[in-house]
Design a protein around this ligand. Structure first.
Ligand SMILES: [Zn+2]
Length: 332
C-alpha cells in the first residue's frame, strides 16, 4: 500500500483578501453579550479580545472596537492578590491571559492602566528552580509558559526580575534530536511549541543555540501538496500552523524555504465568502483565532493590505518599535 498523505483539496476561490468582510466579522465578535458562543468562550475571553484587536489593527481598522470598555474590562481582570490577569472577571489568573492583556494594553499604548510591578512579581513567582515556569498556581509546566513569561516581562520592560540563564537552560533541555521542541523535556516536537521556544530564544537573544538547518528542514516539511502547513508529521494542514511555522522560519531568516505562493493560496481558500473570517481549513466554520493567524501569516508573506507583523510577539510591528523592543532575528 502506498504512503498516504493527510491533506485537503483547496479551491482557487476566493483568490483575494475579503478585506471588508473580515472587518465586519471581527468587529461583531462578542458584541452580543447574550450570544451563546460569547458565554461559552468566557474562559478565554481576554485572549479573544487580543485576537480581535490585533487582527483589526493589522487591517488598520482598530476604531471598530470600543477601546475604553476593553481597557476597563482588563483592569477588572487583574487579581489584586497575585497581580496576575485572568481571562474574565472572577476567574483564576494565568500567564496565557496575562500575556494577552499586556499585548492589548501595549497596542493601545495604555500599560499605565494596570499595576505593572504586580504583574512582574506574578511572573517571577511562577519561575521554578530548574528555570521552567508554572502557567499558574496549579503548577503545570510547559515551554509555552516560558515564552509567555519572557514576552510579558519584555513588553513591560522588566525582564531582569527572573533568572534568564536558568530559563534558557530549561527551554534548551526541551530540544529534540530532530531540532524541534516539545512542551517539556523528551516531549514530541510540535510546531506550536517550536514557535514558543524559537520566540523565547529570539526575546532572550539566544538564537545561536538553535540547530537552524535541522529545525528549518523539519518546519519546511510541514508544507503539504495543498500548500497548507501542518503542525506535526501526518496531520492535516491548518491555518494557525501557517503562523507558528512561518513566524519561526521568519525569526530564523528562512521564510523563503517554503513556497509562499502555494501557502498564500491555501490561506485565502480558508476565508468564508459569506461571513468573512478564516477557518482552520478550506470549507470549515470561521473563528477569530484562525482569522488572526491567517492575517498574521499573510502579513509575513508581505500582503500589501496588511500592516507588517512582528514574528516574535505576534503584534503589529509599529507597536514593538514604539516600545523600542528589538527581538533577535537571524539574517537570511
Ligand atoms: Zn488551528
Amino acid at each position: 500500500m502506498a504512503f498516504i498523505i493527510n491533506d485537503v483539496e483547496v479551491t482557487s476561490e476566493p483568490s483575494n483578501l475579503l478585506f471588508d468582510k473580515h472587518i465586519d466579522f471581527i468587529a461583531k465578535q462578542g458584541n452580543d453579550k447574550h450570544d451563546y458562543e460569547y458565554c461559552m468562550t468566557e474562559f478565554l475571553r481576554i485572549s479573544g479580545i487580543y485576537w480581535g484587536v490585533t487582527a483589526l489593527d493589522l487591517l488598520d481598522e482598530l476604531s471598530h472596537l470600543d477601546k475604553e470598555s476593553i481597557i476597563e474590562f482588563i483592569k477588572k481582570c487583574q487579581c489584586p492578590q497575585s497581580g496576575g490577569i485572568s481571562a474574565c472577571e472572577g476567574h483564576d489568573p494565568h500567564l496565557l491571559y496575562t500575556l494577552s492583556a499586556i499585548q492589548i494594553l501595549c497596542t493601545y499604548d495604555r500599560l499605565n492602566e494596570i499595576d505593572i510591578e504586580a504583574v512582574a512579581k506574578y511572573v517571577s513567582c511562577l519561575q521554578q528552580p530548574d528555570g521552567s515556569f508554572y502557567g499558574d498556581r496549579w503548577g503545570e509546566i510547559d515551554t509555552r509558559f516560558s515564552f509567555c513569561a519572557v514576552a510579558i516581562l519584555t513588553l513591560i520592560n522588566k525582564l531582569d526580575v527572573i533568572n534568564i540563564p536558568r530559563a534558557v537552560e530549561f527551554v534548551m533541555s526541551c530540544c529534540n534530536a530532530d531540532g524541534g521542541f516539545g512542551s517539556k523535556p523528551n516531549a514530541e516536537s510540535h510546531a506550536g511549541l517550536i514557535y514558543c521556544c524559537v520566540g523565547f530564544l529570539s526575546i532572550t537573544k539566544q538564537l545561536h543555540q538553535l540547530d537552524c538547518e535541522k529545525l528549518a528542514w523539519w518546519l519546511c516539511e510541514r508544507q503539504l501538496p495543498s500548500g497548507g502547513l501542518n503542525g506535526r508529521p501526518e496531520k492535516l494542514p491548518d491555518v494557525c500552523y501557517s503562523w507558528w511555522v512561518l513566524a519561526s522560519l521568519t525569526i530564523m531568516g528562512r521564510l523563503h524555504w517554503i513556497s509562499s505562493e502555494k501557502l498564500e493560496k491555501f490561506i485565502l481558500s480558508c476565508q468564508d465568502i459569506e461571513t468573512g473570517g478564516f477557518s482552520d481549513r478550506t470549507g470549515n466554520m470561521p473563528d477569530i483565532f484562525h482569522t488572526l493567524f491567517g492575517l498574521g501569516a499573510l502579513s509575513l508573506l508581505g500582503h500589501p493590505r496588511i500592516k507588517p507583523i512582528n514574528p516574535t510577539f505576534c503584534m503589529p510591528q509599529y507597536v514593538i518599535d514604539r516600545l523600542n523592543i528589538r527581538p533577535q532575528l537571524l539574517d537570511a
